[in-house]
Write a protein that binds this ligand. Structure first.
Ligand SMILES: [Zn+2]
Ligand SMILES: [Zn+2]
Length: 295
């Protein structure tokens, strides 16, 4: 189903990024600690500063207290070091507004950890939620490519809404990763998108248009090859619900901090979507707690 990363489409897209208009703010970047990214906070900050980014948010994959899914996230032992690396980048580029965050998986047993330890004691500026796994019938289903039945789509929508209802997360990352599981749009996808977008609008939790999908292998479909996400039919439904959006690069390497702005901005504009105001992030978080690794 996937194109090889060496395909001509993929390479052509990548060449565009060097000329693309940059993001003004990007709240979705990673570091080497998650085990599938490269570079540290300072490397990302250098690229952001050179591109004239005003706001840079770090949102590496959160450590979890029980070590679940430990092959795609930092360990608890790296937590203080992540905060220290953020503080060093902040010191190096004092003119840039930098925010310290995490990209999280939600399960009810983690609610206290996110609220009391990370946002509370450690004083992180924000959390974002990426529903990379979907709970169903007592197990977790990979959301990237395994949501291939109506039942699983319903479970994904139900879970994403539950995550929004917690009020813990500034926005939902790539809600349209359902595009990894299907070649073409269908009525079950419409129902899934309708439910997620209605909840987003009602709960006022923005949804992210994520440019990483443009840099991943594209998916063959009846209308030609397309990125697995962003998937335009989803955003047409989002527009009808007047969902607010966040544009992000989801950078997993420093050179991608401002990658793909033109692509995600084009989707925003094609459907008349409005960007969420996230200027409140960081303004309510206090001094980071003792032992947090940040002075
Ligand atoms: Zn990642
Ligand atoms: Zn991410």
């Amino acid at each position: 189903m996937w194109r090889s990363p060496g395909c001509s489409h993929w390479c052509r897209r990548r060449q565009v990024y060097g000329q693309a208009m940059p993001f003004v703010a990007n709240y979705h970047t990673h570091t080497f600690r998650c085990e599938h990214a490269t570079g540290d906070c300072l490397d990302y900050a250098r690229v952001a500063a050179a591109a004239g980014l005003a706001i840079l948010g770090f949102s590496d994959h959160t450590p979890l207290p029980d070590g679940r899914w430990d092959d795609m996230r930092m360990s608890l032992a790296q937590f203080d070091e992540y905060e220290a690396a953020f503080a060093a980048a902040q010191r190096a580029f004092p003119q840039m507004r930098m925010l310290l965050g995490l990209e999280c998986e939600f399960a009810p047993e983690y609610a206290g950890w996110y609220r009391d330890e990370i946002l509370g004691r450690r004083g992180f500026d924000y959390l974002i939620a990426g529903c990379h796994y979907t709970p169903h019938d007592g197990r977790w289903i990979q959301s990237f490519g395994r949501l291939n039945t109506p039942t699983y789509l319903k479970a994904y929508a139900r879970y994403t809404i539950q995550v929004m209802e917690t009020g813990l997360f500034a926005f939902i990352t790539h809600p349209d990763i359902i595009g990894c599981s299907y070649a073409d749009w269908n009525d079950d996808l419409t129902a899934c998108a309708e439910d997620i977008c209605a909840a987003s609008a009602a709960l006022k939790v923005p949804l992210e248009i994520n440019s990483y999908g443009f840099r991943k292998p594209w998916v063959p479909s009846a209308g030609g090859e397309r990125p697995a996400y962003p998937w335009e039919p989803f955003w047409a439904i989002a527009a009808r619900h007047r969902v607010q959006v966040v544009l992000s690069s989801d950078a997993h390497q420093p050179e991608d901090v401002v990658a793909g702005y033109d692509d995600v901005a084009a989707i925003r504009d094609r459907f008349g979507l409005v960007e969420a105001d996230l200027s409140h992030l960081g303004s309510t978080s206090g001094v980071r707690g003792p032992g947090s690794g940040v002075a």
